[in-house]
Ligand binder design. Structure first.
Ligand SMILES: Cc1cc2nc3c(=O)[nH]c(=O)nc-3n(C[C@H](O)[C@H](O)[C@H](O)COP(=O)(O)O)c2cc1C
Length: 162
């Protein structure tokens, strides 16, 4: 299975951080040898998306550029502006998008990150995890998704990160 995972995320309220920390705890329990790097989109460079064997992107939905259902501003800046021309060269990838049911375009950040992966040659390992509303009582849903994620990354061949 793969040995390293980079998680690039951003958060306004801490919701996405809670989801990511729940994923990391589940990974640590099932894949103790997996080395996980967790870093904020705002300090990430496009090349950081290449530095591990697999990549996980996560953020909330936002009204970036005054349109609903967009990526949160720092993830927008990374993926849509700075990494607009990045070729992910088959990088095994998963995405997590958060949102709130009070918005018409609910949790669209998940779809936008999945679209980014599809159009930048990433290999999306499983359907996006969408977390709608307060995540703090949704740990079972996050853990169930992480179990599927683990099954997918466990099936990948061992590769050497650059
Ligand atoms: C300014 C603003 C705009 C938002 N726009 C949307 C939206 O278009 N669609 C949606 O589903 N949620 C939207 N949300 C809700 C957030 O995505 C949701 O609260 C999420 O859990 C925030 O995660 P974070 O605090 O980790 O960034 C918005 C929240 C704020 C504050």
């Amino acid at each position: 299975m793969i040995r390293t995972l980079t998680i690039i995320y951003t958060t306004g309220t801490g919701h996405t951080e809670f989801v990511i920390d729940t994923v990391i705890a589940a990974l640590a329990a099932s894949c103790p040898t997996l080395r996980v790097t967790k870093q904020r989109a705002e300090i990430s460079q496009p090349e950081d998306m290449h530095k591990s064997d697999a990549l996980l992107l996560a953020c909330g939905s936002w009204n970036t550029n005054n349109a609903e259902g967009m990526l949160s501003p720092y993830m927008h800046d990374l993926l849509i502006v700075r990494a607009a021309k990045e070729d992910l060269k088959g990088m095994p990838t998963a995405v997590i998008g958060l949102g709130d049911e009070r918005y018409f375009f609910t949790a669209k950040a998940a779809d936008r990150m999945a679209d980014y992966c599809a159009t930048h040659n990433a290999k999306l390992l499983l359907p996006a995890l969408k977390i709608i509303n307060d995540p703090f009582d949704q740990a079972p849903k996050i853990q169930a998704w992480t179990k599927e994620f683990i099954a997918k990354i466990s099936a990948l061949p061992v590769v050497t990160a650059q």
